[in-house]
Design a protein around this ligand. Structure first.
Ligand code: ATP
Length: 480
């Protein structure tokens, strides 16, 4: 079967309660989405899988949960106030606004030589690139638009600049400003990492493509602190590690690729950045446009710890920070050296991971009646429901009682549900569509032999299992 496009997933997600358009009863809010009963489970499972892999299964990791609203100075010194912007283009005819770097145009050879913003400005000026909305060639030159959402703290007047704060556009800065706190309390030695999962906010110019680009989203970020000089090898190791994490979640390696950011795309602080891209847009004709970022893995050098430090050692005095009260350098007891660690940062989106696992798991199968069924072949770790307990006769109290008792006995171990709201064929189909790996059916014979039928989502094969052995049986199969 060919890969599903995002539209197929939008419709499944809404029909089966994964993701709903937000504020729908009031006409919606552009590109905002709410996660429904199965969506919240899927998101939680993605986050738990990441945390387990990133924090629990390693010996060199700590976690934090920092505030969404930080002191404004954090964003001044991180560079976000000045540089966290996208190039914005207006159409003078229809007044639509676009991100200039996402306009549909191919740079000429000459433009390819220029830094990206200049290349786009030249193309708009000289080649009269078209408005993607109305086709007009009357576009403004790109100008920077800061993506941080502004708000005010406290009861101060809105025009009082001292009350201005931002909603964080990334979780990373909350880790850097806590570097000394974590270092002292955990007594860590380099190399070590600090992980964080949480919401971030960006006033994206052109959000869209379902949950791929939204203004409110969730990130899973980790900052790994290393000695300068060891950064390149450790960076490469994290690129390989992260790629394997996605394939370990069941995403096909054919739908993943590494993208080395060319120099002109690199953030000002980055020495090297490699993105893990997923084939989010298989329907696009041009091969290269089928792929987009799922995770970025950046070598941020010592930029962040230096910039937030009280005594930055910048020869030109450029990043002098009179506002910080802390020096975020590291003292190596063994070599008696003091220096600013380099940072390797794998940064992934929860929502883009959810979208990629949904797209990758989507499959269709025809049953013996010739009906096509959707099966979501999610990795069992990610499945919202692990086992559905289904009574074959809902009018028979003994069968219903036994099925409910089985559900209760499983619930401390795994997410199980009881469902008797349809015929067995319909119940199976529903569970297949939400990716439940196992259906457990209780029938008349179960009352006699204390056994149930376990049906496998992917093969539709059935197996008779003793009720007393069911928890062990399911746990083993869920671990794969
Ligand atoms: P893009 O180029 O797509 O705007 P980015 O390079 O700005 O992304 P990063 O700053 O590297 O993204 O953020 C790390 C991760 O956070 C991304 O790989 C993506 O998974 C997620 N992410 C970033 N922006 C958004 C968004 N607006 N909506 C959903 N997820 C996002």
């Amino acid at each position: 079967m060919s890969a599903p496009n995002i539209e197929t997933i939008v419709s499944l997600a809404k029909r089966r309660g994964f993701v709903f358009p937000s504020s729908e009863i009031y006409g919606g809010l552009g590109s905002a989405w709410d996660y429904g009963p199965f969506g919240v489970e899927l998101c939680n499972n993605v986050k738990q899988a990441w945390w387990r892999w990133m924090v629990y299964e390693r010996d060199d990791m700590e976690g934090v949960d920092s505030s969404i609203i930080l002191n404004r100075l954090a964003w001044k010194y991180s560079g976000h106030e000045d540089t966290f912007s996208d190039p914005l283009v207006d159409c003078r005819d229809c007044n639509s606004r676009f991100r200039a770097d996402k306009l549909d145009y191919l740079p000429t050879e000459e433009e390819r030589e220029l830094p990206a913003p200049e290349a786009i400005a030249k193309a708009i000026r000289e080649r009269r690139i078209k408005c993607p909305n109305c086709g007009s060639k009357d576009l403004t030159e790109p100008r920077p638009f800061n993506l941080m959402f502004r708000t005010h703290v406290g009861a101060a007047a809105e025009d009082d600049p001292s009350s201005l704060v931002y909603l964080r556009p990334e979780t990373a800065q909350g880790i850097f400003i806590n570097f000394a706190n974590v270092l002292t309390t955990s007594r860590r030695k380099l190399p070590f990492g600090v992980a964080q999962i949480g919401k971030s906010f960006r006033n994206e110019v052109t959000p869209g493509n379902f949950i791929f680009r939204t203004r409110e989203f969730e990130q899973m970020e980790m900052e790994y602190f290393v000695r300068p000089g060891e950064d390149e090898k450790i960076h490469q190791d994290w690129i390989d590690n992260c790629f394997n994490w996605f394939t370990g979640l069941g995403i096909s390696a054919n739908n993943l690729r590494l993208y080395e950011q060319p120099k002109e795309e690199l953030a000002h602080y980055a020495k090297r950045t490699v993105d893990i891209q997923y084939r989010f847009f298989p329907e696009r004709e041009e091969q290269d446009r089928q792929w987009d970022e799922l995770m970025g893995i950046a070598n941020r050098t010592d930029f962040d710890l230096r910039t937030h430090s009280k005594k930055p050692e910048d020869a030109e005095g450029k990043r002098l920070n009179p506002d910080s009260t802390e020096d975020l350098s590291y003292f190596d007891e063994a070599t008696k050296e003091r220096f600013y660690p380099y940072v390797i940062e794998p940064a992934a989106g929860v929502n883009r991971t959810v979208l990629s696992v949904l797209m990758d798991a989507y499959s269709e199968k025809t049953n013996d009646k010739g009906e096509t069924r959707v099966i979501l072949k999610l990795h069992p770790t990610l499945s919202p429901i692990k086992a559905a307990i289904l009574p074959l006769a809902k009018n028979k109290p003994e069968i219903v009682g036994m099925a409910k008792a089985i559900k209760r006995s499983l619930q401390p171990l795994l997410r199980a549900v009881y469902d008797d709201t349809g015929g067995i064929g319909k119940l199976y189909a529903r569970q297949d569509e939400i990716g439940t790996p196992f259906c457990v059916t209780v029938d008349h014979q179960s009352l006699e032999d204390e056994a149930v039928t376990v049906r496998d989502r992917d093969t539709w094969e059935q197996e008779r299992v003793k009720v007393s052995e069911l928890p062990e049986h399911l746990s083993t199969r869920l671990k794969g």
